[in-house]
Design a protein around this ligand. Structure first.
Ligand code: APR
Length: 257
């Protein structure tokens, strides 16, 4: 083990309740690209194509987006992505009674697919496997709406109010879901330390959540490939792949208690 690993493991072993905060980097080993890493999504597509204004105003954008979902692109409902060892390590931390909660910026639903109950996960940026109506708030599983698209409704609308429907993924220009933000804030308030995995900590207000723990004196441990905006506030940093580091780190935490 490296000094950084041992230091991080000791800090977290002393924390009864750990907030786990994850970003796109925990899912890259499941085949989902991150946004700002060397091969990130924002190096290939324009984030401006993913604003709520474009989606509302532009039928062609909506039809193209539903076609991508229908074809299993965007790593959503019809894709074959599966949790990796890092997601499974987070479940082990929860099973060991040492997690105050998991706050994720990811929309892939892989924490729940790995075994975390819904009420242990705060999805600050929504979930690509769920759809809601922008008019009345009605909700469906994405798979159900894709059956409407399969049946020929290429720009599906809400059967209750006729409003536009979209996955609950939070687009630029949209507010974060209040219930998920409140759940995340509760997890942070209950935590003695925060473990950040696979995030540049560059997007607010999500990145505020780990800082809530730091502000109360809880140590922040960062596991990431490359620098993050939170490094100068970190009590420990481990440079490495989440799938390699997390299983060993969680073992060290649980075996020390
Ligand atoms: N192990 C550890 N770190 C990794 C791995 C890995 N296997 N793969 C990538 N990383 C690192 C990248 O180097 C990068 O530093 O994870 C980090 C991911 O950072 P971002 O791509 O910025 O993703 P994230 O922090 O989740 O972005 C936040 O921005 O565009 C919005 O809504 C989007 O939720 C997203 C938000």
């Amino acid at each position: 083990m490296t000094d950084a690993f041992d230091h991080a493991a000791r800090l977290l072993a002393d924390a009864p309740r750990i907030l786990v905060f994850t970003g796109a980097g925990i899912s890259t080993e499941s085949g989902i690209p991150d946004f700002r890493g060397p091969d990130g999504l924002w190096t290939k597509v324009d984030p401006d194509d993913f604003t709520i204004q474009r989606y509302r105003a532009n039928r062609e954008v909506r039809v193209a987006r539903w076609k991508m979902h229908q074809q299993g692109a965007l790593w959503g409902a019809r894709s074959s992505v599966r949790p990796n060892r890092a997601h499974e390590a987070v479940v082990e931390l929860w099973r060991g009674g040492r997690m105050s909660g998991c706050v994720t910026q990811n929309i892939d639903g892989l924490h729940q697919a790995a075994g975390l109950p819904d009420d242990q996960v705060a999805e600050l940026h929504g979930n690509i496997r769920k759809v809601h109506c922008l008019g009345c708030g009605a909700r469906w599983e994405t798979e159900e709406v894709l059956r409407w698209v399969d049946a020929g409704e290429e720009d599906p609308s809400c059967p209750h109010c006729g409003g536009l429907v979209k996955t609950t993924t939070v687009m630029f220009g949209e507010y974060l879901p209040l219930d998920q933000v409140q759940r995340a804030e509760r997890f942070a308030a209950e935590a003695d330390a925060v473990l950040v995995v696979g995030s540049t900590l560059s997007v607010y207000p999500a990145a505020q959540i780990p800082l809530d723990v730091v502000r109360r004196g809880g140590p922040m441990v960062i596991v990431n490939l490359g620098p993050t905006d939170g490094d100068r506030l970190a009590a420990a940093r481990i440079e490495g792949k989440a799938g390699d580091v997390l299983p060993r780190l969680v073992d060290a935490i649980l075996s020390s208690s």
